[in-house]
Design a protein around this ligand. Structure first.
Ligand SMILES: O=C(O)CCC(=O)C(=O)O
Ligand SMILES: [Fe+2]
Length: 287
């Protein structure tokens, strides 16, 4: 032993987040405490908290570069589902949302396709960031989602694509915009449109019919970090216009530790690749 102290690895959030504007490194004192209280107030009042320029410009170049390096290897997914992530049930009336199929096309990386050494994965795994999200969402505990596919995703929507209306399968979602669309591609949602007991069916039906008048949307530049309760807020992204894709990172969190997602939901989102992984695993387990 030479007496060299073990030094913990520096938390990458300290290098990527604009701490002057968003002091997530000290939420208990001075400016950090005021900032946290503003974020909590926005969650309470509006059901969202939108932090423009959360990622510093140099860090954004790095994260967006990682997404651009990885996306060519990702599948183009054709996602077909109802807003609850289920398969449609043809026995229901035609206007029941459980019967209505919404489809979209996305160039998407699942968590297992995003290497651990990337700054983006390290940012997702940052305890400082997770603690910030937990406190804004006012949770006694909050964990990063443990699902091998859903935990962290990178989603590129190419021109003419949208992201169909849905509820997430984990409660707390953060969407981090890495590259904005030239126009369109607006993140759009009905804050807290359902609870565990009920749903605002009238508002949901209006949105599904194309009436966006009650939906929340705001212009978000690249680097914007938006917290909301994705599992309880119907949401999607309007059609991307212009010449380049809109790219976002989706960070998911849940009150339950070890939250994993049903295989059928993962297959519906991620398609053949994940279907094959799960089938191989089942075959090996039975061998
Ligand atoms: O790209 C976004 O901003 C939202 C995407 C989304 O809702 C999702 O991947 O679940
Ligand atoms: Fe979502």
């Amino acid at each position: 032993m030479n007496g060299t102290p073990m030094t913990a690895r520096r938390d990458i959030a300290l290098d990527l987040v604009d701490l002057d504007r968003y002091p997530i490194d000290d939420l208990d004192h001075g400016p950090g405490a005021d900032f946290l209280s503003d974020c909590q107030h926005s969650m309470d009042q509006n059901g969202w908290c939108n932090l423009d320029g959360f990622i510093r410009p140099d860090a954004l170049t790095r994260l967006n570069g990682e997404a651009h390096d990885l996306l060519p290897k990702a599948e183009i997914l054709h996602v077909k589902r109802n807003i609850y992530q289920g398969a449609i049930d043809p026995s229901l009336p035609k206007d029941d949302p459980r019967r209505m199929e919404f489809t979209h096309i996305a160039n998407q990386l699942a968590d297992d396709q995003i290497p651990g050494e990337t700054a983006l994965k390290q940012l997702y795994r940052s305890d400082i960031l997770t603690e910030f999200v937990r406190r804004v969402q006012r949770k006694a505990q909050l964990y990063r989602c443990a699902d091998e596919f859903q935990a962290l995703n990178i989603v590129a929507l190419h021109p003419d694509s949208w992201h169909a209306w849905h509820y997430d399968t984990t409660e707390c979602t953060v969407t981090l915009l890495l590259q904005a669309a030239e126009s369109g591609g607006e993140f759009t949602f009905l804050p807290n449109s359902r609870t565990d007991e009920t749903e605002d069916h009238a508002a949901v039906d209006r949105l599904l019919a194309g009436d966006m008048s009650e939906a929340q949307t705001f212009s978000r530049g690249a680097g914007t970090f938006t917290l909301f309760r994705g599992g309880y807020s119907l949401h999607g992204v309007t059609k991307v216009e212009g010449n380049h894709p809109r790219i976002s990172a989706i960070l998911t969190y849940d009150e339950e530790p070890g939250r994993v997602i049903d295989d059928d939901i993962n297959i519906r989102i991620y398609g053949k690749r994940v279907e094959n992984i799960l089938a191989r695993r089942r075959a090996e387990a039975n061998a």
